[in-house]
Ligand binder design. Sequence first.
Ligand SMILES: *Cc1c(COP(=O)(O)O)cnc(C)c1O
Length: 349
Amino acid sequence: MENSQPTFTISSLVRSNIRELKPYSSARDEFKGNAQVFLDANENPFPSEFNRYPDSHQFELKQKVASIKGVSVENVFLGNGSDEAIDLIIRAFCEPNCDSILINEPTYGMYAVCANINAVKVISVPLSESFDLDIASIKGRIDQGTKIIFLCSPNNPTGNLLSEEKIISLLNDFPGIVVIDEAYIDFAETESFVNKIQTYPNLIVLQTFSKAWGLAALRLGVAVASEEIIGILHKIKMPYNVNNATAKHVVDTLEKTTSTRTLVDEILRERRRTKQTLENLSSVVNVFQSDANFLLVKFQDAKKVYRHLINYQIVVRDRSHVQGCHNCLRITIGMPAENDRLIKALQAL
Ligand SMILES: *Cc1c(COP(=O)(O)O)cnc(C)c1O
């Protein structure tokens, strides 16, 4: 890997079968114009809220999402959660039993799971002691077959942002796709990378409606990237991957408000309060700095704390077996009363 503008094109990175693929053409793709009688899609004619197939291009929803993200509709892919986008990105660029992705652990588990499902090799590089990128190791581990580097910032389960400077060095030097998963970006005091897609043709930014927007059950994820990359994802997605109930609910939500600020502010206040309280408990070794809606907490004995909390009917995420997270639990910030219950239970330990 050289310190110069990478010489590659997206179409040379994409798998050849995908490049050649003729996508499925749905009934509504083949007809454009005004019609009143729809006998083209084998739907049930008896009217109900849901008897018609959804718009496979999600026209109205995509316009609204593009507008709040400050990008054009051509730069937006909408998926059944950002998990769908993770899977599609791997399938678009990685040849099974041949290519690889690189992840920086500890991190979100779905990158490796999606790669494994698709028989794509996973190169795992440990994050540094301070949970930041280890650029020298990354550069040492990538090879000809490494097509995608997954970065998660703020990272799950560690909670911290990755260094912007290091991310940019990868965007400049790595001759493949760099995915930045920003599922928690609304909780961080930093700008998203979405406004850098014009500068970096190999950048894909993932965001979701599952966290700050509070709509996890609806399953709506967003990928923002160059028009060329978005075109590839559209080509290989299932035709009706975002359902009507989701589209309608999110359109209605975005008509009422275009910002998560109020809810996020409340969660950030609770994060500060919970962190300060936990730091004073004798069972707690360290509460890591968080730019997300959860805290990674190192205990003297995480397994014991986990069981104790279960007895109090409080469930947190046990990350103590995860590389770099020895004796750590990941604790989501809840409602004030829920955080109080957590604190009380821990004080009773
Ligand atoms: C929660 C989470 C997601 C999942 O998002 P969905 O849109 O609900 O699929 C993606 N990435 C990270 C890092 C997450 O923590």
